[in-house]
Design a protein around this ligand. Structure first.
Ligand code: HEC
Length: 342
């Protein structure tokens, strides 16, 4: 028994007791019994609105409506459902009879068939002259089947080339783009050079998003092409982001570059002249009239590379022999790594 039903029962019981008492008083005070009393019905319905709110398409929701005859005579009435579509159903429906103190429990169901707001009315008519028609307004909204969905902001991340003792970070965003909660059970990499700052499980309500910061780092020089796999309850699972990155050992200026200048250039590029190659600081001062000799991170366009590989001007060292291809490559790598004083 619901609270509403209990409440109505108690209320009716009180009414019956009170009317019984007054009848006794009347009987006691009147010596002659007059005309037979006409027993009148009385209809009570507390509900005026049933709002089902949002309901998934195809899944029925039910509510009850209580019709109580609180009068002393028999109540005759009629229940009818007025709707444009057939999403609501009422049981029982049509004519009904309720003896005094009886309750009719009508079951109303709502089964939306589309993404739509459905309004309707239940009209309860009765022979209670004080309440000949009671209207219950109905409201319900159909919504699509709840399906979680994951959208990842990028399908690949390229970390470029970094030094073995450094790390590089990039971000991606995971968005919950379905209409059901997205549950991410795992975010995993197939290579240990990559890691992420967010743990699992992750729960994202529709519309929510989570930013992941992915860090690339390796103590070993190498090429790291791997995958980030995100496992979730989205139909797209697993969502995969491809990752690429290269690490290389830093070329030391002191150990690998200055000795080349000392052995092959110093004789002509000492303290006198347009370009001084006797130290890192002097090298970085550049030429006296043609700008910088080194453009950090851009070996190919650095004048010193263009002169030792013969791209521009007379090949250095002047008079030869030219530097080996591997020595030139080492100098270019050192510049591409940022031309550090290391
Ligand atoms: C035998 C002497 C000699 C040697 C050895 C030599 N250079 Fe030069 N270098 C010169 C002269 C002279 C110039 C200026 C004329 C010119 O630009 O060709 C010059 C110019 C340059 C310039 C251009 C400077 C400017 O102001 O534009 C660069 C860069 C350079 N040398 C790099 C080197 C490097 C690097 C080495 C060693 C691998 C080297 N040179 C070895 C004589 C030399």
């Amino acid at each position: 028994m619901t609270f509403d039903e209990l409440y109505l029962k108690m209320k009716n019981l009180m009414k019956t007791l009170l009317s019984g008492m007054s009848l006794l008083i009347i009987l006691g005070s009147c010596s002659d019994m007059g005309e037979p009393e006409i027993l009148l019905p009385q209809m009570e319905v507390e509900t005026t609105l049933i709002d089902f709110s949002t309901v998934t398409i195809g899944s029925p929701q039910t509510r009850q409506i209580l019709i109580v005859n609180t009068g002393e005579g028999e109540l005759k009435g009629d229940l009818s459902l007025v709707q444009d579509s057939s999403v609501y159903a009422l049981q029982p429906n049509g004519a009904f009879t309720l003896s005094n103190d009886d309750t009719l429990v009508a079951e109303l169901s709502f089964t939306p068939s589309a993404e739509f707001t459905y309004t309707a009315q239940i009209i309860i008519s009765s022979d209670d002259l004080g309440n000949p028609e009671h209207v219950v307004d109905l409201n319900g909204v159909g919504t699509a089947l709840p399906v979680p969905a994951l959208t990842v902001s990028s399908t690949s991340l390229n970390f470029g080339t970094i030094l073995t003792d450094s790390s590089s970070q990039q971000q991606i965003t995971l968005s919950s783009t379905g209409n059901d909660t997205l549950l991410i059970s795992s975010i995993a990499f197939d290579l240990s050079a990559y890691r992420v700052d967010v743990g699992t499980p992750l729960e994202l309500i529709p519309g929510a998003s989570q930013t992941l910061t992915i860090t690339f780092h390796s103590d070993e020089a190498g090429t790291f092409n791997g995958n980030l796999s995100i496992v979730s309850n989205s139909p797209s699972t697993p969502d995969v982001v491809s990752l690429s990155g290269v690490t290389e050992a830093a070329v030391s200026y002191a150990a690998a570059i200055q000795p080349v200048w000392d052995a092959s250039c110093g004789g002509c590029h000492g303290s006198n002249g347009g370009l001084n190659l006797t130290s890192y600081n002097n090298l970085m001062l550049g030429t006296s009239s043609n700008g910088p000799a080194v453009i950090p991170f851009d070996g190919a366009n650095s004048l010193i590379i263009r002169r030792i590989d013969g791209t521009t001007g007379g090949l250095m060292p002047q008079g030869g022999p030219s530097l080996s291809a591997s020595t030139i490559a080492t100098i270019e790598t050192w510049i591409n790594q940022g031309a550090l004083n290391n």
